[in-house]
Design a binder for this molecule. Structure first.
Ligand SMILES: [Zn+2]
Length: 385
């Protein structure tokens, strides 16, 4: 490893930890301490794919209450390159985000975006979707890239088992991921306040999920992700997998449900004991005129908003809601002005982060189920469009 960003200096770094401060049923509220600051859990991580949360300045992301963002190893290793980001001082400095960053391993995007990918027992060889150049990702190389990026939380390389998969396919795939998890653990360079998370696989099969959780726990990680969900199995199955998996993980370690989800998915997963989430839904929806609000999901392109002088969400304090009407937002999207996606992304992230704050508060006073019922009832106040 040649190019590595400087480790934060000039202050005592905290040891990476997750302290549970309140419990309500299976749900937990906690604080995760890292080298780059603290994160209250349950936490939602906006997706900053290519060193930017699309349509948002770093200040705007901070203003939504986001304490941690996600970066994509696949995109950053191809452009501008992990070595270059390391030379430029690491991803925190590069994207003006001194707070915690979690990077994924790159495996999921290789399987969904790259051309001519070839999986073998040691890793995956693929061609860049940008210029066709050939690259190889192994557990060791993925960990090295995430070190070069200076990720606060590094994810092991795994194989996201496709859905549906037969029990035999799911077992073979899960066992490959567990082998890679061991290689990833060996390759990770421990630094104070930094963390390495393992990823539970096993498709929809409870015995495979349990075996995967036990294998990871015996290797030992700072946190545990639930992977291979939100890929078409449906919410009922997602929740059943969580119910069958979370009891087999260490009780205090952070639990991260990858790629989930809608506000309703997140509420249900928090009720089951999940601590961390990431999803492109609020940012992607914001760019396509869909708003998540306390009164349901709106499509701002709909003609019914053309003369609507109301605030988008009267319960939201973001700039889109505090300073503009639904009619103005509708106009921005009809006229294809870039301010439309900017304002609606800001609103959606603000809505998600306000929801996370309220969920943490409800857990603290042990009123989570009543709070969740109230939020869901609110979504029915206006007709969906
Ligand atoms: Zn708003």
């Amino acid at each position: 490893m040649t190019d590595l960003p400087p480790t934060p200096r000039g202050r005592a770094l905290p040891i990476f930890s997750h302290r549970i401060v309140a419990i309500d049923g299976a749900a937990r509220a906690g604080v995760m301490h890292t080298a780059h600051g603290a994160v209250d859990t349950p936490a939602f991580m906006p997706v900053g794919t290519a060193g930017t949360v699309k349509a948002m300045t770093a200040d705007a992301v901070r203003a939504t209450g986001s304490a941690i963002v996600l970066g994509n190893t696949y995109h950053l290793m191809l452009r501008p390159g992990a070595e270059r980001i390391a030379r430029l001082g690491g991803l925190h400095r590069f994207m003006d985000w001194p707070s915690p960053i979690l990077t994924d391993s790159g495996g999921f995007q290789v399987m969904s975006l790259a051309k001519l990918r070839k999986l073998d027992i040691d890793g995956v060889t693929f061609q860049s979707h940008l210029d066709g150049s050939t690259h190889r990702l192994t557990p060791v190389r993925s960990i090295e890239i995430q070190h070069q990026l200076d990720a606060t939380i590094t994810m092991v390389l795994d194989e996201c088992t496709p859905f549906p998969a037969s029990p035999e396919q799911a077992q073979t795939s899960m066992q490959l991921s567990m082998r890679w998890a061991e290689h990833s653990r060996e390759a990770f360079v421990p630094r104070q306040g930094y963390a390495l998370f393992g990823i539970v696989q096993g498709s929809i099969y409870p015995e495979l999920r349990e075996a995967s959780a036990r294998a990871l726990t015996s290797i030992g990680f700072d946190g545990y992700a639930i992977g291979g969900l939100a890929i078409g199995e449906g919410q009922t199955t997602t929740f059943a997998v969580l119910d069958g998996t979370l009891p087999h993980l260490p009780p205090d370690a952070p639990r991260y449900l990858m790629g989930v989800g809608t506000p309703d998915d997140i509420i249900g997963a928090v009720q089951r004991g999940t601590d961390m989430f990431d999803c492109v839904i609020p940012t992607r929806a914001g760019r396509t005129a869909r708003a998540y609000t306390s009164r349901g999901v709106f499509n701002l392109r709909n003609a019914r908003f053309a003369d609507d002088t109301l605030s988008l969400d009267p319960d939201c304090a973001c700039p889109a809601c505090a300073r503009h009407s639904r009619a103005y937002l509708h106009h921005l999207f009809k006229a294809e002005e870039m301010l439309g996606p900017m304002l609606l992304t800001w609103h959606n992230l603000n809505y998600y982060q306000a929801l996370m704050r309220d969920l943490r508060a409800a857990i603290t006073v042990r009123r989570l189920d009543a709070f969740a019922d109230g939020v869901r009832a609110g979504w029915a106040r206006e007709e969906p469009t």
